[in-house]
Design a protein around this ligand. Structure first.
Ligand code: SAH
Ligand code: SF4
Length: 416
């Protein structure tokens, strides 16, 4: 019998480009990820007269988020003198692209390296692009590593390096769009904002490394900028934030960010969920489900996605399927069945394909859309739960050299 594990994966290694670290040790603060207000303050600091601030903020916003440029020099409607002053104080540089891999199925995974910018050590972040018929989804990380230790997740085996800043969250989108040629190269009479349908990245999901609700403020800032209609202009309905169940932050996600919610459910009773998703011990199913029912804006048109990883003989019986339907009764929900993606050292196995289909059929008949998520990018370890950044690889020697250079350049060390 064929299981997903038998599906073909690339036999030859897919070419990987690993570029040596040549990024300048740029500790200047980035303007990417600042709110309009913060941007105004930064411009005032750079000596822009108060009367010009609003106009300059608008210009910069357009260049950074509509045109996606990574260099002040390209801003031809900003005077040379101001460009030089901005460049002396700030940066809008994109991260260094350390690796750029393309899977046999077209999934693309980047490894981005960000300099410290005073937020701690330099970090390497994985971001994944999944092209599909009529849409393209970017899977964005919110932390390097994760403090939660879901037993089936590769990221959970990497201890938290640190939270990402709003710049780092947002730059994943900007840099991916740049690499895909998804920014317009000129303004048109109607402005340069490309309608969502004409873009390569139509959707974003906060489903990369980390627990986004443990980094609420920075994720919020980044997503509000991503959704800003005068900039990156992503529709909030095409932004999905996935959480393992940080109950106290769920209502705020709806109220303050207004994006679609996905819950990593994976089990229908507390005993099993405690084992699979240990945060369940803190916020058990009863509280999680109550928070979902109360999610601001939830309706049949704006359903909550429940993610359910299919683990062989762990949570994939027909009793589990029945319990799932029972548990979600009355919640406008979609159920996303994720075939387990194996990683080196795991004890779990993916359910048999036939069992996944039986499970899906049952849920479908109970009235829930229950797509089975096709594993994408397994050959380059880009599939759900397989990400584990190379920050661990950037150990001692490389980091020490990096930090020593920072101290030499700026007269101070970076803090964790
Ligand atoms: N931390 C957040 C978002 C990142 S994980 C969360 O847990 O929701 C994105 C999804 O991939 C989650 O539903 C997660 O449970 C699932 N996942 C993790 N490891 C997996 C694996 N090995 N195979 C399949 N899905 C996995
Ligand atoms: Fe963290 Fe999500 Fe992985 Fe759990 S599934 S360890 S919350 S990244």
């Amino acid at each position: 019998m064929t299981t997903v594990l038998d599906m073909p994966v690339a036999e030859k290694p897919v070419p990987t480009r690993r570029v040596p670290a040549v990024h300048p040790l740029d500790g200047k603060p980035s303007l990417i990820g600042m709110t309009r207000e913060e941007l105004g303050e930064a411009l005032a600091e750079a000596g822009v007269p108060p009367k010009q601030i609003k106009m300059r903020v608008q210009q910069l916003w357009h260049w950074m988020y509509v045109r996606g440029i990574g260099d002040f020099d390209a801003m031809f409607n900003v005077s040379k003198d101001l460009r030089a002053r901005l460049d002396a104080c700030f940066t809008i540089a994109r991260p260094e692209i350390v690796e750029d891999q393309i899977s046999e199925d077209g999934t693309r995974k980047w490894l981005f390296r960000f300099p410290p910018r005073g937020a701690g050590r330099p970090v390497e972040i994985e971001t994944v692009y999944i092209p599909e018929e009529g849409r393209g989804t970017l899977c964005i990380s919110s932390q390097v590593g994760c403090t939660l230790t879901c037993s089936f997740c590769h990221t959970g085996t990497q201890k938290l390096v640190r939270n990402l800043t709003a710049e780092e969250v947002l730059s994943q989108l900007i840099t991916a769009r740049y690499c895909l040629g998804d920014f317009p190269d000129r303004d048109t009479p109607d402005g340069a904002i490309v309608p969502a349908d004409g873009r390569k990245i139509t959707n974003i999901v906060m489903m990369g490394m980390g627990e986004p609700l443990y980094n609420f403020e920075e994720v919020k800032k980044a997503l509000l900028i991503a959704a800003d209609g005068e900039g990156l202009s992503m529709s909030r309905r095409r932004i999905t934030l996935s959480t393992s169940g940080v109950v106290p932050e769920i209502a705020r996600t709806g109220e303050e960010i207004g994006v679609m919610l996905a819950i990593s459910l994976h089990a229908t009773n507390d005993d099993l969920r405690d084992l699979l998703v240990p945060i369940n011990k803190k916020y058990p199913l009863k509280d999680l489900i109550a928070a979902c029912r109360a999610y601001p804006g939830v309706s049949n048109a704006r359903r909550i996605t429940f993610e359910y990883v299919m683990l062989r003989e762990v949570n994939d019986s027909m009793e589990d399927a029945k319990a799932l339907v029972q548990l979600l009764k009355g919640i406008p929900a979609k159920i996303n069945l994720i075939p387990f993606n194996p990683w080196p050292g795991t004890n779990y196995q993916c359910s048999e394909w036939e069992q996944i289909e039986k499970f899906a059929d049952y849920i479908n008949q109970a009235g829930y859309a229950s797509p089975i998520r096709t594993p994408r990018g397994r050959d380059i370890l880009a599939a759900c739960g397989q990400l584990k950044s190379e920050s661990e690889r950037m150990k001692k020697t490389e980091r020490l050299a990096f930090e020593a250079a920072m101290i030499a350049n700026h007269g101070g060390g970076d803090e964790d």
